[in-house]
Design a protein around this ligand. Structure first.
Ligand code: ME8
Length: 496
């Protein structure tokens, strides 16, 4: 692999980001950092950003007596601030209100319209006048799902994209590309949906009488682009452009992983590859849909009002503890239950007892017996006792397995493997009893022991760097090359 391009969804800016949004960006960040270690910083591109058009955002802005663009300018700062706090190492942040994006959306619309993949037709739906919301699917009892008041049936002229024309192509594509959608059960879900249902064409416009905050269609000044059609295109607008022949060029496309939550699978696994195919552009290599963070049995979401602020959690337990918890607690794809008790448990057991303690004890040993200077020694697997040899073997095996697991997107598993080494090494200290070695004046043995110990901890720090970058740095700094620099305790225990 000579380049790696990873994307996250573009989040709506109608409300502040919560743990769910933080999760997607932390997972993507871990991926990006991981790949940078393997193929180099310059070959990795990590894109995130904000989805700013559409009715929801226009409404919230108006409620606050703001122009939509003033409102989104404010909200974007909250996202950027959070990503900075959470150590999200994105390379680019795209806003759908930016000119570079709007120009590409216009070019795409123009190309598709000229090749007759977009046509004008009548559009029917149910409208909630008080909420000013349009519902296209027939709603139960014909009442508004939000406010429960009766809906009115209305019809209007709109533009449609010919999704249906490409259904067979997509099904064929899926048959040939089993890893296009991950995890596998999501792939099966999309495939059987396509087999059992006939796709409707996608309505891609909204009349300006109803919605003004959007990208005007190049072929109709009376309409703006439907927010989903606009937003999906960010993944290509951020990294390339069309030439005068309408051919798309990019150093990064196709994306290697497009990370999303399972809530937006249909848009990414059906609309998106079809739009790209119609444009003569290759689909991304993989759409990965992760599960949901639940709270008290329901999905954490702004509409339910049960959200937890990642800033608060980060402040209370530390950013790396939050990152660790989210990445370790569930394997990517599954839903997870979010609770502070669960965080505290992981914190006290895995971080304070296991990892923090290992680093703390090691530093104290070097401080006490070697006045803080790390004894320099070349150790070989053959020349050491069995327990030391097992640790060296484990260190080497970590290098190999984690490359395999990243291909399966299993961070939780990678972290488990790192913790095996941490636990082995803690046991190593207990079994070897450096205090007795010192008392018995076995200085050479003590030197070997410390070198194995340091090698194990460096390996732990190296492996943790994509997941807990600040902790990894702090461990390496405290250990130093030749001399330890005792820093603050990594994870002081939390009393419950
Ligand atoms: O859907 N658990 O934006 P959005 C896990 N703008 N992840 C969650 C989550 C939860 N409880 N809640 C949200 C949109 N997410 C569109 C996307 S892309 C071109 C346009 C995460 O602000 C998850 O990644 O509603 C989900 O897919 C995304 O936030 C939805 O963000």
């Amino acid at each position: 692999m000579n380049k790696f391009y990873i994307t996250t969804p573009l989040y709506y800016v109608n409300a502040e980001p919560h743990i769910g949004h933080a999760y997607t960006n932390i997972v993507a960040d871990a991926f990006a950092r991981y790949m940078r270690k393997i193929i180099g910083d310059e070959n990795v591109w990590f894109l995130t950003g904000t989805d700013e058009h559409g009715q929801k955002i226009e409404q919230v802005a108006r409620q606050m007596s703001l122009e939509p663009n003033d409102f989104t300018d404010r909200m974007v700062l909250k996202f950027k601030e959070l990503w900075e706090k959470l150590d999200i190492s994105y390379n680019d942040f795209i806003r759908t209100s930016e000119i570079r994006h709007i120009q590409i959306v216009e070019k795409v619309l123009d190309i598709l319209y000229r090749q007759h993949d977009i046509y004008l037709s009548e559009y029917q739906g149910w409208y909630c006048i008080p909420c000013e919301t349009f519902w296209t699917e027939p709603q139960e009892g014909l009442v508004c799902p939000d406010c429960k008041r009766p809906l009115e049936k209305i019809s209007e002229k709109n533009y449609f994209f010919k999704l249906s024309k490409y259904q067979d192509w997509l099904l064929g594509y899926l048959e040939k590309n089993h890893t296009f959608i991950k995890p596998e059960y999501r792939y099966e879900e999309v495939r059987s949906f396509l087999k059992l249902n006939k796709l409707n064409d996608l309505c891609i416009s909204r009349p300006k009488e109803r919605l003004r905050w959007g990208i005007t269609l190049p072929f109709s000044k009376e309409h703006v682009t439907y927010v989903w059609f606009d937003a999906l295109l960010n993944y290509i607008s951020a990294v390339g452009d069309f030439d005068s022949q309408g051919k798309y060029h990019s150093r990064w496309w196709p994306a290697d992983i497009q990370l999303i939550g399972k809530d937006i699978l249909r848009q990414h696994a059906i609309y998106w590859p079809i739009i790209l195919h119609a444009l003569g552009i290759e689909p991304p290599h993989c759409i990965f849909a992760h599960g949901w963070w639940m709270i008290g049995g329901g999905k954490m979401s702004k509409s339910k009002g049960n959200i937890v602020s990642p800033l608060d959690i980060g402040q209370r337990y530390g950013v790396d503890a939050l990152r660790y918890f989210l990445l370790r607690e569930v394997s990517l794809g599954m839903d997870g239950n979010f609770s502070e008790e669960a965080i505290v448990r992981r914190y006290n057991f895995d971080l304070a007892n296991d990892l923090g303690n290992l680093v703390y004890r090691t530093i104290n040993i070097i401080e006490r017996y070697f006045l803080g200077k790390i004894p320099q020694l070349e150790i070989k697997e053959e020349g050491v006792d069995e327990q030391s040899r097992q640790i060296i073997i484990k260190i080497e095996s970590l290098r190999k397995t984690d490359i395999m697991s990243i291909a399966d997107f299993n961070f939780s598993y990678i972290l488990e493997r790192v913790w095996e080494l941490i636990n082995m090494t803690n046991k190593y200290i207990e079994d070897k009893k450096p205090w007795s070695m010192f008392k018995e004046n076995k200085i050479e043995d003590l030197k070997v022991f410390i070198n194995v110990l340091i090698r194990a901890i460096r390996e732990v720090a190296y492996n943790l760097s994509p997941f807990m970058p600040a902790t990894s740095n702090s461990i390496l700094e405290q250990l130093g090359d030749r001399e330890i620099k005792k820093g603050k305790l990594l994870f002081p225990r939390i009393d419950v």
